[in-house]
Design a protein around this ligand. Structure first.
Ligand SMILES: NC(=O)c1ccc[n+]([C@@H]2O[C@H](COP(=O)([O-])OP(=O)(O)OC[C@H]3O[C@@H](n4cnc5c(N)ncnc54)[C@H](OP(=O)(O)O)[C@@H]3O)[C@@H](O)[C@H]2O)c1
Length: 135
């Protein structure tokens, strides 16, 4: 679909917004976008809140004295992507903003990279056919 999009328009594509979080790591798309110099915008970056109760995420949060949301967002930011978390309270909004200051170690990033759970939360049929579930 990205190839079709690139071929279909005369202007360069700035970004592709896709579901992207510790439970849907999107390695193939990430690589494709990097090679083609297209930004990746990560929607549902907290896995709709599910990734916040993951044991690995919680453990890293505790040892850095930061929130699980900040762990997820910091991990994404380290991959040069643009996460767009949803928050309905000022407290969550501030918490997410401060992820910019979080400094995880390479080992901690790798621990999240190695999470094997694979879950897709958003299934609009026009962009996510059933057979993609969990990819
Ligand atoms: N392009 C598309 O097709 C598409 C599809 C889906 C989403 N999106 C975009 O992505 C954005 C975010 O995605 P999403 O809402 O699906 O999922 P998300 O951002 O991964 O998760 C939102 C959930 O996490 C909670 N949360 C947020 N910050 C938190 C924090 N610091 N601590 C604890 N809990 C926190 C929220 O609770 P509270 O509400 O209580 O703060 C909410 O329950 C949407 O607003 C939308 O713009 C785009």
């Amino acid at each position: 679909m990205m190839e079709d999009a690139i071929e279909s328009i005369s202007k360069p594509i700035f970004a592709n917004q896709i579901e992207h979080h510790p439970y849907l790591q999107q390695l193939e798309m990430q690589k494709y976008l990097e090679i083609n110099k297209i930004a990746l915008i990560s929607y549902s970056p907290l896995g709709r809140g599910d990734a916040l109760s993951d044991n690995i995420i919680k453990q890293i949060a505790e040892s850095n004295k930061i929130s699980p949301a900040q762990v997820c967002l910091s991990w994404l930011i380290s991959k040069n992507v643009i996460p767009i978390p949803k928050a309905t309270s000022l407290e969550h909004l501030k918490d997410n903003y401060l992820a910019i200051d979080a400094q995880l170690t390479n080992e901690e990033h790798q621990q999240i990279d190695k999470i094997t759970i694979s879950k897709r939360y958003v299934h609009p049929p026009f962009i996510s056919p059933k057979e993609w579930s969990g990819n």
